[in-house]
Design a protein. Structure first.
Length: 189
C-alpha cells in the first residue's frame, strides 16, 4: 500500500516533471494514489498530488466530497483571470475581493495536524489530460478551485504553509481533546 509522504521529505519541495506517456505504470500509480486518498481519515483528504505519493510527476487527483467520484488531472495548466490574480495580491480592491477570492482553512495530508487560512482565487480555468489521455479545458469554481490550487502548489514544490505565511496568516496545530473533538492552537513563529 502506498504511504503518503510527509514533510520534510525533499520530493515535496521539487517541481514535478510532466508525464511523457500515460502507460500501465502511470495508471497503476494513479490507482495507488486513489486508494491512499480514499483511506485517508482524520482528516479525510480531498486531493492528493503525485509528490505526496513519493513521485515527482505532474499528476493529482481530487474527491471534493464523499459522493464525488475521483477526478484525475495529468499535466495540468492553470489560468487565473488577471483580476483574480491582482485581487489575491491587493486586498484593497474590496469590491471584487468577495467575488473573486475565497479564504478557507486548509490542511494537508503531508503536514498532519497543521492548519491555516489561505486566500485563493474562487475561479480558475485549467487544461489537463485525464487518465485516458483525453485533453480537457474546464472552468472550476468554489471549493474545487481551492483544491486545485492547493494541489497545483504541490506540483510546484510549495506547501500551503508557505501561502499562509506569505499572506501574513496564522498557522494552527490540532489535537483531540478528551471528548475526541479537534482543538486548534496557534503556532508561534
Amino acid at each position: 500500500m502506498l504511504k503518503i509522504v510527509t514533510a520534510p521529505n525533499s520530493v515535496l519541495s521539487q517541481k514535478a516533471k510532466k508525464v511523457a506517456k500515460i502507460d500501465k505504470s502511470i495508471l497503476d500509480f494513479i490507482e495507488d494514489m486513489t486508494q491512499a486518498l480514499l483511506l485517508a481519515k482524520d482528516p479525510e483528504g480531498v486531493g492528493l498530488a503525485a509528490p505526496q505519493a513519493g513521485k515527482s510527476l505532474s499528476i493529482f487527483i481530487t474527491k471534493a466530497n464523499l459522493k464525488s467520484p475521483i477526478k484525475v488531472f495529468i499535466n495540468p495548466v492553470v489560468k487565473i483571470d488577471k483580476i483574480n490574480s491582482q485581487t489575491l495580491q491587493n486586498e484593497q480592491i474590496k469590491k471584487n475581493t468577495k467575488k473573486t477570492v475565497t479564504r478557507r482553512l486548509e490542511g494537508c495530508l503531508s503536514l498532519p495536524n497543521i492548519w491555516g487560512n489561505v486566500k485563493r482565487s474562487s475561479v480558475l480555468n485549467m487544461s489537463y489530460l485525464d487518465e485516458k489521455g483525453k485533453l480537457h479545458s474546464q472552468k472550476f469554481t468554489g471549493f474545487m478551485s481551492t483544491i486545485i490550487q492547493h494541489e497545483m502548489d504541490h506540483l510546484n514544490g510549495i506547501l500551503f504553509t508557505k501561502r499562509v505565511l506569505e499572506q501574513k496568516g496564522i498557522l494552527y496545530k490540532s489535537h483531540k481533546d478528551e471528548d475526541g473533538e479537534d482543538v486548534f492552537e496557534e503556532i508561534k513563529i
